[in-house]
Write a protein that binds this ligand. Structure first.
Ligand code: ADP
Length: 186
């Protein structure tokens, strides 16, 4: 099972992806978390992306695509995975499709989580994880980047036919149940 969970910053992708991964026994791949880990570990990749992430901008497509390609080639990913934070541009979506095609694989479902802007901002400001990009100014930049560069990814998957829209408001568990209902049974 290969799942993409999609939505603006603050939509709850990380929280829900973790629950879905545990429930289905698949791996949770968060590109944002991978980058934050790389920054904390001080790796070459971490040094490359730190200032970009701190500013709320996007890491270059090729850097992200290479990282995802390398990661999913791992044995742990053979049973499936849920992608959180990727693809984040139409270019990444196209590159990911090509990559899957080379592997003879495809995405089973694309789950788009939505919530009103005021709620997203409220959640990001109150989550208190101490993230350097969770300040009011950086949140504003991230929402703008989302609207301009990331939202078009939805249309790409709508055309491909595995698109599901899920209401991201309510309790964590209510949202989780909606997501489970949106995942095809097999
Ligand atoms: P959020 O969804 O709350 O913005 P993420 O953890 O998904 O948080 O991402 C944090 C940051 O990591 C992004 O603002 C961006 O700089 C970088 N990033 C994560 N995934 C990608 C990606 N697929 N393409 C480009 N940049 C990314």
């Amino acid at each position: 099972m290969r799942i993409i969970i999609f939505g603006p910053p603050g939509a709850g992708k990380g929280t829900q992806a973790k629950k879905v991964a545990e429930h289905l026994g698949i791996v949770h791949l968060s590109t944002g978390k991978m980058f934050r880990d790389a920054i904390n570990e001080g790796t070459e990749l971490g040094k490359l992306v730190k200032s970009i992430i701190d500013e709320g901008h996007l890491v270059p497509d090729q850097t992200v695509v290479d990282m995802v390609e390398e990661t999913i080639a791992n044995e742990d990913y053979s049973k499936g995975y849920i992608l959180d934070g990727f693809p984040r541009t139409v270019e990444q979506a196209v590159a990911f499709d090509n990559l899957l095609e080379r592997r003879g694989e495809s995405v089973d479902v694309f789950i788009s989580l939505h919530a009103p802007d005021h709620e997203l901002i409220q959640r990001l400001l109150s989550r208190g994880e101490g993230r350097s990009d969770d300040t009011e100014e950086k949140i504003k930049t991230r929402l703008e980047v989302y609207k301009k560069e990331t939202a078009p990814v939805m249309e790409y998957y709508q055309q491909a036919g595995m698109f599901r829209s899920v209401d991201g408001t309510g309790t964590v568990d209510q949202i989780f149940q909606r997501i489970l209902s949106a995942i095809p049974k097999r």
